[in-house]
Design a protein. Structure first.
Length: 428
């Protein structure tokens, strides 16, 4: 008697988790592997970094999300080797054979060869990095409050965000809300004119994924709020206490945040190289590897050369690919063929902060309060657990009604949450 086909999914981000859930009760044995035992809701990472949400509010235990189906299993492990010919995957725990393999390992920061960026700039791709950035920001204000040297105090209160896409803009707006709200009440003796928040963008406008008018609106809005928006400014080098621009300008800052550029997080031990500037894996229109049709790549890891529309790596794309690959595997098990993957773009929204946002839905451009409200509602709905949805909603309600952010905790630093590859005693 033939055993049920085994599907191994590597990565429990949006794409991998959706693929696993879509294979529930499918008749296949599904093993989801991730180095963490929780799923992180990446779009809200910046709200953890800016003390708006607690870390556990945007993280859900993976086993909780897989309980509804007996054929779904989870393994916390690191992938060490993939043998596509033998159809075997080796982890630091054990070796599995598979009938189908889904690679959904997501992305990591890309530094474009900028010296010092990986060592000294804070990143915002993982929950640990968000916690570490929050620790650092709050520590800077604590130090500034007791610092008598005006030069050093100004440096502690200077933040530079590199990148004018959704992450950079949303982070800038949220930081401003934190500074003008909770921290201004926490540190009444600070001279708030010394707080310097800058957003550096290499292109001539923000939000290049949106129409030009929305990018201009965003820059104008941020400047009106007191954020220094520097367009056409390319970073050439990052230091421990600041950065250089390509025109020779030096920006002193205790906090440099890298919010630009991603590349595929390619699993170790793959028998084929990643391709292109984004270091992704080339797949066919059905998201399969041409030489190994039993292997799929989805989410930020996948590059579809023949795709007419360039995918931008947002959560809806990953979710739709997760649903698609689950259906594709079911079809293959039943001996059916698959149609090419087609992404249905429902529109895009981004939050600026201070009750303002931008968006484009069905070709209609939105700006101001309405896209800000839509953004909040949609992101609560997409959080994959009812408990977390409720906690996030109540926290947001408290934040916006009271104007306070209660998650202003500085946790002891540990090697697990350091963003710069340095020991705890080297952090300022």
């Amino acid at each position: 008697m033939k055993s049920d086909p085994r599907v191994i999914i590597v990565g429990a981000g949006f794409a991998g988790l959706q693929a696993a859930q879509s294979l529930a009760n499918s008749g296949a044995e599904v093993i989801l592997i991730d180095r963490h035992n929780y799923h992180t809701f990446i779009p809200l990472l910046y709200q953890v970094a800016t003390a708006q949400l607690a870390p556990d509010q945007i993280a859900v235990p993976i086993r909780t999300l897989l309980r509804r189906a007996s054929n779904l299993k989870f393994l916390q492990a690191e992938v060490q080797q993939v043998d596509c010919i033998a159809q075997e995957l080796t982890t630091d725990q054990t070796t599995f054979s598979y009938d189908y393999l889904v690679l959904a390992t997501g992305s990591k920061s890309k530094f474009f060869g900028v010296s010092g960026a990986a060592e000294y700039a804070f990143q915002l791709k993982t929950l640990n990095q968000a916690i570490s950035l929050r620790n650092h920001l709050l520590t800077c204000f604590e130090e500034a409050d007791r610092e008598s040297d005006p030069v050093r105090r100004s440096q502690l209160l200077s933040i530079v965000i590199v990148g004018g896409g959704a992450t950079g803009v949303e982070l800038a707006g949220s930081l401003l809300e934190l500074f003008t709200g909770s921290l201004k009440r926490d540190f009444p003796h600070l001279n708030w004119s010394e707080v310097n928040l800058r957003l550096v963008q290499s292109s001539d406008r923000l939000f290049t994924e949106f129409p030009d008018s929305l990018g201009k609106y965003t820059a104008k809005k941020l400047r009106s709020l007191g954020i220094k928006v520097m367009l056409g400014s390319r970073v050439s080098q990052v230091f421990e206490h600041g950065l250089d621009l390509s025109d020779g300008t030096y920006l002193a800052a205790a906090t440099v945040i890298w919010a630009v550029g991603v590349q595929g997080e390619v699993p170790l031990g793959l028998p084929f190289p990643a391709v292109g500037k984004q270091q992704q894996i080339s797949v066919s229109p059905t998201l399969q590897l041409s030489d190994y049709p039993q292997v799929f790549a989805i989410g930020d890891l996948a590059h579809i050369p023949s795709h007419q529309e360039s995918l931008s790596g947002v959560a809806p794309e990953a979710l739709q690919q997760g649903v698609y690959v689950a259906k594709a595997i079911k079809n293959l098990i039943q001996g059916k063929t698959n149609k090419p993957f087609s992404y249905f773009n429902k529109g895009r929204l981004a939050i600026i902060g201070c009750y303002s946002g931008v968006g484009q839905i069905a070709g209609i451009k939105l700006r101001g309060f309405l896209p800000w409200l839509f953004w909040l509602v949609i992101h609560v709905v997409y959080v994959p657990d009812w408990r977390n949805r409720g906690l996030i909603f109540l926290t947001w309600l408290h934040n916006y009604l009271i104007g306070d952010r209660p998650v202003r905790l500085i946790f002891p630093s540990s090697p697990a949450i350091l963003p710069r590859g340095r020991s705890p005693d080297q952090l300022s």
